[in-house]
Design a protein around this ligand. Sequence first.
Ligand code: 4AD
Length: 437
Amino acid sequence: MKNRILARELPEKLGETVVVAGWLHRLRDMAKFGFAIVRDRSGLVQVVLTAEQLEQLKGLQVETVLKVTGEVVKKQSKDPNAKEVEIQATLLEILSPVKDVVPVEVNKDDVDVQLDTLLDNRVVTLRHPKQRAIFRVQAALVHGFRQFMEGQGFTEIFFPVLAGAASEGGAEFFRVEYYGREATLTQSAQLYKQITMGVYEGVYGVSYSFRAEKFATSRHLTEFNQLEFEVGFVESMEDVMAYGESATRAMLTAVEAECQPELELLGVTLPPLGERFPRITLQEALEIYKEGTGIDETSEPDLSPSAEKWLSTVWAPREHGTGFLFITHYPETKRPFYVALDPEDPSLTLSFDLIGFGSEIVSGGMRINRYDEQIARIKAKGLKPEEFEDYLMMHKYGIPPEGGWGMGLQRLTQNVLGLANIKEATIFPRDVQRLRP
Ligand code: 4AD
C-alpha cells in the first residue's frame, strides 16, 4: 500500500499526515468521538475518530480491516515525557467489513482459552500479539541458523518429502498410496543429506519430518521441521558437536537481536548459554541424575523426560551456567543403522543428543562411511540391504568420514520460550487427532 506507515514507525512521524492500515483491535465509543485501536504487523496504534467516522463503523465488529489517513499527534497524557503518539483521523476507509463476532477474543492481554480451542480457532487466535510473537521468534531462530551455515560456506539443500524407504526405523512412518505403489513420508532427510556428502562436504536445510506417533504428547508432533546439517572430512564426533553448539549460539543471538519486543511481550528470558556446553556420556548423565535426585535410572538405555529436564534446567545451569548439554555414546540398540559404532566399545555409538532447556532438541553423530561396514550394520539391524540400494551407492563410490545432526525446530521454540506444549510452538500443528486447520 502506497505511503503506508507501520504502527512502530509512528513516533518518528509526529506532526505528519500518514496512512496506517490494519485490523480493528478494539473500539471505544464516547458518543461525540471515539477511539479505535488498530493492529498491524508491528503493533497497535490508537486512532481518534469523529462522530461521523464512528457512524461508519456501526454494525461492524473487531477484526474489520481499516485504512486510516490522519495526523500523528502526541497522546493526551499527564506525563510530559510520554513518547506515545496517536492519530487524529481525517479519513477512514473500510477495506474489509467484519459483521460476525470473533469466536475467541484476541484483544485482551492473553488468549484465555484451552489449547484445543486455541488451535481449533487458529485462523483468528494467531492474530493475538502473543501468538504472533511466538512465530516471529521461530523465524528468527531459522534466520540465525541459515546465517550461521551460510557463514561457514555450506550449501542449502531442499530435500524430498516422498520417499521409498523409512530412514529412522521403527513403525513410526506414514504410508502413502503412490500410483499403485507404496511410498512413505520422510521421517527425516537423513539419507539424502548423507548422499550430498559425496559432493558438497557441508550442507544444511530445513526439512519436513513425519512420524506416525501413536500418542499425542506435549513434545511430539506427527509433522515437524528439522534444521538439518551434515559435514564431511571430520576427524571426530567433537567436530560435529562443535558445529551444533556454534549454530545454537548463533540462533539464540539472532533471537536476542531481532526479537526484543516479542521477548518482552512474552515475558521470556532466554536460556543461559554459558561458556561451553558440557559434554557427558549417557552413563555419566544417569549417574549425575541419580546423585542429584536419588532417582536411579542407571540401567536404562536412554534418558527419561524428567532426567532430561533436571539435567538441563537444574544441573547444567548450576554447574556450567548454561541450559544446554550434550549427552554422548548412546547404546547401539537405541540408534538407527547409519550411526557409527564406537571402536572402543561397539555396544555404544558415536552419537549424541543436545538437551536444550527442558528436553532433547538435537540428535546427531558420526555416520558409517565405509561400504562393507554399512552393509554389515544394515543386516545386523535386521534390515535388507537391497532396500537401501540408492543409499548404499554413495558408500560404494566413496564418501568421506562424516557426521551431522538434526534439530527439531518446534521443540527448540517450545524450550526457548518455555511453552508447556509443543503445539503452542507449531503454527498449524498435526497430531493423532488434529489435521485442521
Ligand atoms: O532424534 P531424531 O529422530 O533424529 C533424526 O531424525 C536424525 N536423522 C537426526 C540426525 O541428523 N542424526 O529427530 C531429531 C530431532 C529431535 O532431537 C527432536 O528435537 C525432533 O527432531 N523430533 C520431534 N519433534 C516433534 N515431534 C516429534 N515427533 C519429533 N521427533 C523428533
